[in-house]
Design a protein around this ligand. Structure first.
Ligand code: APR
Length: 228
């Protein structure tokens, strides 16, 4: 079975009503990530950070997977599909994707502030001050904040190396090390970049740019890949 590796970003969830980060109305055009998405921010104002993630988590809980997520699920009928996502939402999983690796964490999970191995799934959308881990320490969002290490990049690189086909969707490819994954895919393998602002990534061979939304571009691309 051929392996399709997908690198997804915020754009695949845009049509589900979840804001991206760097588009016109993007999150980091409205808020300063330094005050909301760093360990220092959490240390100095934990309630503000927890409220910010509660607000984002409520949107995720109330969102639904869109045609883009569902198209990737259909690929599983013919291919070994490995999704590497920069997104912290769980829409790939809720659509039915089986193999999802989250590079930047998962907003619907919480982690102990004293034991990084302790991770728990949140029932609702709230995580507040006073919500403690079994060791009695405050729980924090299970998110990779700016300045923290992307611990899953190693396994992600190994997956990228094994791709027979690469699909990049809904990412501006400006955040590293996630964006570097495209160079680990073998040069001779076909690559597709689905994004209204997709561009010819420098030096990437066998790349087809599909300047469409995930909701339109992915179903069309999946139809082609199912015919191979
Ligand atoms: N379909 C496909 N792509 C879309 C759509 C859509 N409907 N709407 C927007 N896009 C594209 C934009 O053109 C842009 O290229 O999604 C991309 C969003 O880029 P960013 O907002 O930079 O999001 P992303 O690339 O996922 O950011 C990477 O930055 O802040 C960190 O941790 C955060 O994981 C995030 C990382």
């Amino acid at each position: 079975m051929k392996r399709i590796v997908v690198l997804s970003g915020a754009g695949i969830s845009a049509e589900s009503g979840i804001q991206t980060f760097r588009d016109g109305d993007g999150l980091w055009n409205q808020y300063r990530f330094e005050e909301l998405a760093t360990p220092q921010a959490f240390a100095s104002n934990p309630k503000l950070v927890l409220d910010f993630y509660n607000w984002r988590r409520k949107i995720v809980v109330e969102a639904e997977p869109n045609a883009g997520h569902k198209a990737l699920v259909r690929l599983q009928e013919k291919y070994d599909v490995q999704i590497i996502t920069q997104n912290v939402d769980n829409l790939h999983e809720r659509a039915g994707s089986k193999n999802v690796l989250h590079l930047h964490g998962e907003i619907c999970k919480a982690r102990s502030t004293v034991d990084p191995e302790y991770i728990e799934k949140l029932d609702g959308w709230e995580l507040n001050l006073g919500d403690l881990c079994p060791k009695g320490a405050q729980l924090r969002p299970h998110i990779v904040w700016f300045g923290e290490s992307v611990d899953m990049i190693g396994p992600a690189v190994e997956i990228a190396r094994t791709a027979d086909i690469l699909i990049v969707v809904g990412t501006s490819l400006v955040v590293y090390p996630a964006a570097s994954l495209v160079v680990y895919v073998r040069p001779d393998k076909p690559k597709f970049y689905v994004d209204p602002k997709a561009f010819k990534v420098g030096g990437l061979q066998n790349l087809e740019v599909i300047s469409k939304t995930a909701g339109n571009g992915l179903p069309e691309l999946v139809n082609r890949l199912m015919e191979l």
